[in-house]
Design a protein around this ligand. Structure first.
Ligand SMILES: Nc1ncnc2c1ncn2[C@@H]1O[C@H](COP(=O)(O)OP(=O)(O)O)[C@@H](O)[C@H]1O
Ligand SMILES: [Mg+2]
Length: 465
């Protein structure tokens, strides 16, 4: 370094020297505690800076479970808040000893988080629990994920006299998180994070009931799927006693609009008490989290919708495509796990090679075809329900709509109702034929393919099997 050559440089040097002196003063005072540190030391009864700190990260969608577990574990407990600078970026250790930020006891921060489809729970967002675990004084810092501060996951930090106690506490908390989980038996979806939503945060979905008779498929198809997904669960004791495995992989494939999603919704509704994790398209990359949830919260159903959209994507899964990660996750489950992987696709051709390379993962593949004449008649009758239309007219329309899908039938009746309403008159038999003419017309090519109109033989351009 050269000599300072003007006043400005000299002044900078002086400031720097002062800064170094201040820093050294703090370094020279090892073992000095913040007011918060003093408070914690009084509880712990031993040298708080010598005590080990065990940090356990918790997935954002388990935040409520963490709160439930700690509340039960730490009873009775003293709950303290923390105030001091920069606390979102600091760990427990700095809060005990960092003199600069002046950490002290403050108000406890709470937040409201969903604990069911319609309920929320007040959860400790940032707080310290001081209590005794197995007779030993312990301190747990509990904090939620905080996206604005780059914290994608919740966490607990455990301070105890020795690390064996801290480890036992974490294990006990994990056990309780499973046993008491608010996610158990619920329908959940994991979503990619948004600006205010944490990545992989769980969202509760209300369980709906779709009656069996509203799902119109060729005879035997729905039964086959129901038996495999629901029947195995109902007879789990017999199967296990006979040494048979419970876990299963089911693939529903067929053109768009034939009722694959509807079948899934029906099964979800019928599988009361089963934990369901729904992953659609890009969210399928949360397969790891979904499998963990399913394993911990059995019986469980993991739904992977439209898996062809991402099957060949390579992400954080190493060199292999996502579909292989999915199939390997299924393989990694114990055979006696009561877990179903239910996958749907419009493009089974995209999956075929991968499925052949991982045999045995999917034990039931079900073709969900375009409706034949008989199913079309039932579909038209279903969607004509409650409308003032003659049976013969509905049947004739069904005959004419050869090659169309179920979603076409649904849209046809909506259109007939809408056309009449826009003409300010009640729906009449003639409206159905007019709506059908419009929807079958050649000048609406895109609409035709969107609604799943195939060729006269019942095969469409979107049919790839
Ligand atoms: N087999 C079916 N029986 C009754 N309605 C159906 C059927 N298939 C489709 N629909 C109607 O069309 C809508 C879209 O079908 P969906 O199940 O989403 O098709 P996809 O096979 O593409 O998943 C459904 O919500 C339902 O109203
Ligand atoms: Mg679908």
């Amino acid at each position: 370094m050269t000599e300072p050559d003007d006043d400005r440089d000299r002044s900078v040097m002086t400031d720097l020297k002062r800064l170094i002196e201040i820093a050294q003063r703090f370094e020279q005072a090892p073992g000095r505690l913040t007011p918060l540190g003093e408070r914690i030391q009084a509880h712990l009864g031993s040298d708080v800076l010598a005590a080990p700190i065990l940090t356990e990260v918790v997935a954002a969608h388990r935040t409520v479970d963490l709160d439930v577990a700690l509340e039960e574990l730490a009873d009775p407990c003293e709950l303290l808040g923390v105030r001091g600078q920069n606390r979102e970026h600091e760990g427990l250790e700095a809060m005990l000893s960092n003199q600069w930020a002046g950490y002290d006891v403050g108000a406890v921060d709470y937040t409201l988080l969903a604990s069911g489809p319609k309920v929320r729970r007040r959860v400790v967002a940032f707080g310290l629990r001081l209590f005794a675990f197995e007779g030993e004084p312990v301190v747990v810092l509990q904090r939620v994920a905080n996206r604005q501060h780059g914290r994608e996951q919740a966490a607990m930090q455990v301070l105890a006299g020795d690390s064996a106690t801290a480890e036992a506490l974490v294990a006990a908390a994990r056990r309780l998180m499973h046993e008491r989980s608010v996610l158990r038996g619920q329908v959940l979806t994991l979503t990619p994070g948004g600006e205010y939503r944490v990545e992989g945060e769980s969202v509760f979905v209300e369980r709906e009931t779709i009656p069996e008779e509203d799902v119109i498929l060729p005879v035997g198809v729905l039964d086959t799927v129901r038996r495999h997904v629901l029947g195995i669960a109902e007879h789990r004791d017999v199967l296990l006693a006979a040494g048979r495995h419970l876990k299963r992989g089911v693939l529903l494939y067929g053109p768009p609009g034939t009722g694959k999603t509807l079948t899934v919704r029906h099964l979800v509704g019928a599988a009361e008490g089963t934990t369901v994790v729904l992953l659609t398209g890009p969210a399928i990359r949360f397969i790891g989290e979904a499998t963990d949830l399913a394993r911990g919260l059995q019986p469980a159903l993991v739904v992977l919708e439209d898996i062809d959209l991402v099957a060949m994507d390579r992400g954080e899964f190493g060199p292999q495509p996502l579909l292989f990660a999915v199939l390997d996750a299924l393989d990694g489950l114990d055979g006696d796990a009561d877990v179903t992987f239910l996958m749907t696709t419009n493009r089974v051709d995209v999956l075929e090679r991968a499925l052949a390379q991982r045999p045995g993962r999917v034990d039931l593949a079900v073709d969900v075809p375009r409706p034949g004449p008989e199913e079309r008649a039932r579909l038209f009758a279903l969607y004509a329900r409650g409308l003032p239309l003659g049976d013969a007219v509905v049947r004739a329309a069904a005959d004419r709509a050869e090659g169309t899908t179920a979603s076409f039938a649904k849209e046809l009746f909506r259109r007939a109702v809408l056309d009449a309403a826009m003409a300010h008159r009640p729906l009449a038999d003639g409206d159905l034929g007019i709506a059908l003419d419009g929807m079958l017309a050649g000048d609406a090519e895109l609409t035709r393919s969107l609604l799943g109109v195939g060729g006269p033989d019942g095969s469409g351009d979107d049919e790839d099997e």
